[in-house]
Design a protein around this ligand. Structure first.
Ligand code: PHE
Length: 337
């Protein structure tokens, strides 16, 4: 090694040290330049090969190498230490702020289950607007002009003569007006009635209805499909009871009860000791409804059913007051997340 080599080696060492990214990298450089098997002993050993007249200068250069490299390492070390933990440094060992993942509202959890169950037997989801016509909500559904549900006490009418639908049945009318049979739809949505809120009533609530129309649909199809639904949503041992009832748009009409999911039919507080819980309304579509939507009542038959989602959610999730579903109290909702 000659004097020029020593000078460029010194420059190289100083710039590498200044750029050392970490304490480890700096330590490697120290070993590489000053260590026992490093450059410094090498420099010392090469002194004997330098021409005698150059030796003093080379000796000084060797000394300068040692002094400068040593002090550069020290000052880089100080730098690294002082930037490692400034007062505002991010302490990656602190526990993080856990996010609070959202979840579906209980009503939509139940709706998702209902849709999934009917999806498996071929039902598609249909939707419609919350504001609908008197024709779609009442007339087409064979509801007589003097039916109490049409009363202003029970229905929200808008200034232009339309209304907030009181049930999701108008979705079925809309669907039939726009599609020829066969029809196999499930129709979820909000419905509105002028109800004074209490533990079981809300002016806004949700329904989901089903409609199956084809050539030879019978009450047996209705019973079979709703029994399948009961088994899927509550459990395989659930029994289903059909009680005669009346709806303007179905004939015959039934109300459908499931055995109480809490006492399994023995009788308890939840089912008021009857063993049964009323779940939905249903029936065979009245031929007049087919007439109203332009279907041929002679060749068309079908069943329809409808249920209140709040009611199902309250029963399944043991919620004691419908109003809790709308209060947006995260402490309440989190229980069902
Ligand atoms: N629309 C009815 C109601 O709101 C429920 C229903 C739907 C009943 C379909 C029978 C058939 O009460």
């Amino acid at each position: 090694m000659q004097l020029e080599d020593l000078q460029s080696l010194t420059q190289q060492a100083l710039s590498e040290i200044e750029a050392a990214p970490s304490a480890d990298a700096l330590e490697n450089l120290r070993v590489q330049y000053l260590g026992r098997k490093g450059k410094l002993p090498e420099i010392m050993a090469s002194l004997k090969d330098v021409a005698p007249e150059d030796r003093p200068a080379f000796g000084q250069g060797a000394n300068a190498f040692k002094v400068q490299v040593t002090s550069a390492i020290q000052s880089r070390k100080d730098d690294l230490l002082s930037t490692a933990t400034p007062a505002d440094a991010l302490d990656v060992t602190l526990p993080g702020n856990a996010g609070q993942p959202g979840s579906l509202h209980p009503i939509h959890q139940i709706l998702a289950r209902v849709i999934n169950i009917f999806d498996r037997i071929g039902f598609n989801v249909a939707t419609g607007p919350d504001v609908d016509t008197v024709f779609n909500n009442f007339d087409a559904l064979n509801t007589p002009a003097d039916h109490p549900s049409r009363d202003e006490q029970d229905t929200f009418y808008l200034k232009d003569g339309s209304l907030l639908r009181t049930q999701t049945s108008p979705i079925q009318i809309r669907h039939m007006l726009n599609n020829p049979p066969p029809v196999r739809i499930i129709a979820p949505g909000r419905a509105y009635r002028r109800d004074t809120p209490d533990a079981t009533h809300s002016a806004t609530f949700h329904q989901v209805e089903g409609l199956y129309v084809a050539e030879k649909v019978s009450m047996a199809d209705l019973k079979g499909d709703l029994t399948y639904f009961a088994h899927e949503i509550v459990g395989k041992n659930t029994q289903v009871r059909f009680r005669p009832h009346f709806f303007p748009f179905t004939e015959p009409s039934v109300e459908v009860d499931f055995t109480c999911h809490v006492c399994k039919g023995k009788g308890c507080r939840v089912c008021k000791n009857s063993g049964w819980i009323e779940i939905l309304g249903a029936g065979m579509v009245d031929p007049q409804v087919f007439e109203n939507v332009g279907y041929n009542p002679e060749t068309t038959s079908g069943y329809a059913f409808g249920m209140g989602l709040e009611r199902i959610a309250m029963i399944m999730l043991e919620i004691d007051d419908i109003r809790r579903l709308y209060e947006n109290d995260a402490r309440f909702l989190r229980q069902f997340a």
